[in-house]
Design a protein around this ligand. Sequence first.
Ligand SMILES: NC(=O)c1ccc[n+]([C@@H]2O[C@H](COP(=O)([O-])OP(=O)(O)OC[C@H]3O[C@@H](n4cnc5c(N)ncnc54)[C@H](OP(=O)(O)O)[C@@H]3O)[C@@H](O)[C@H]2O)c1
Length: 247
Amino acid sequence: MRHVIVFGATSAIAAEVCARWAARGDRLHLVGRDPDKLAAVAARCAGAEVTTAAGDFTDLARAEALAHEGVAALGGRVDVALVAHGDLGDQQRSEHDVAEAARIVQTNFLSVIALLVPLANALERQRSGTLAVITSVAGERGRPRNYTYGAAKGALHVYLQGLRSRLYPAGVSVTTLKLGPVDTPMTVGHPKNALFATPQRAARDIDRAIARRAVVAFVPWYWRPILFVVRHTPEPLFQRLGFLSGR
Ligand SMILES: NC(=O)c1ccc[n+]([C@@H]2O[C@H](COP(=O)([O-])OP(=O)(O)OC[C@H]3O[C@@H](n4cnc5c(N)ncnc54)[C@H](OP(=O)(O)O)[C@@H]3O)[C@@H](O)[C@H]2O)c1
């Protein structure tokens, strides 16, 4: 039985991952912002041993405490820690309102660091386990559509690269999960196309990536070749391709 801790467990994608892990008999500690939503996710995990804790991760001291408390709730052993929370925010507002820009960076980058600092130290002491963190293909290249959020997710990618090498000698793996668009509350107003994944598909791919201790997993896989092209498109051409560089 694995000991698993999930931050942002009420996310549509994370809730699916939790249900999969509960069905497999994992011991789960679920952490989120909204106690009612947390109770609903815990109810979906009925049958497994589940505990929950609530708090807003943008309160960095609270996030740090939630990580310490989560490790303790699992009796000091963590096999997998998944960090899943995120918020697209209001891109256009973030271009005029520094508070919104800072909130987006706090939610998608700094609050993740506040969780990862204590988690990394716990797993390093334990000399085993996996840290898995959800980032986004938006972090691969800045685009007018979502570059404040994308910058935070891109920064997270770099942070995870460094953390991975630091923890390698301790036998701890760090899995960066780069998600493409998924049909969840986060994208509710977005026009859908064939590249959108369902939360169930995303959860399946996340589960598999963590099980094989992937370094960087694109979810679904087809974003890897697509993003290779997007990343390497020369800037002058990129500006002329409205579907990439437009709002
Ligand atoms: N959906 C996509 O197209 C897509 C694409 C690429 C990457 N991602 C990433 O996938 C992850 C899961 O997102 P999702 O699509 O499942 O969206 P979602 O259902 O809207 O979930 C977002 C989650 O983040 C939590 N959250 C936001 N701010 C928080 C805060 N300050 N403190 C604690 N929790 C907070 C939300 O809590 P509440 O339930 O309390 O609101 C919610 O559980 C995120 O990291 C997101 O950036 C999503």
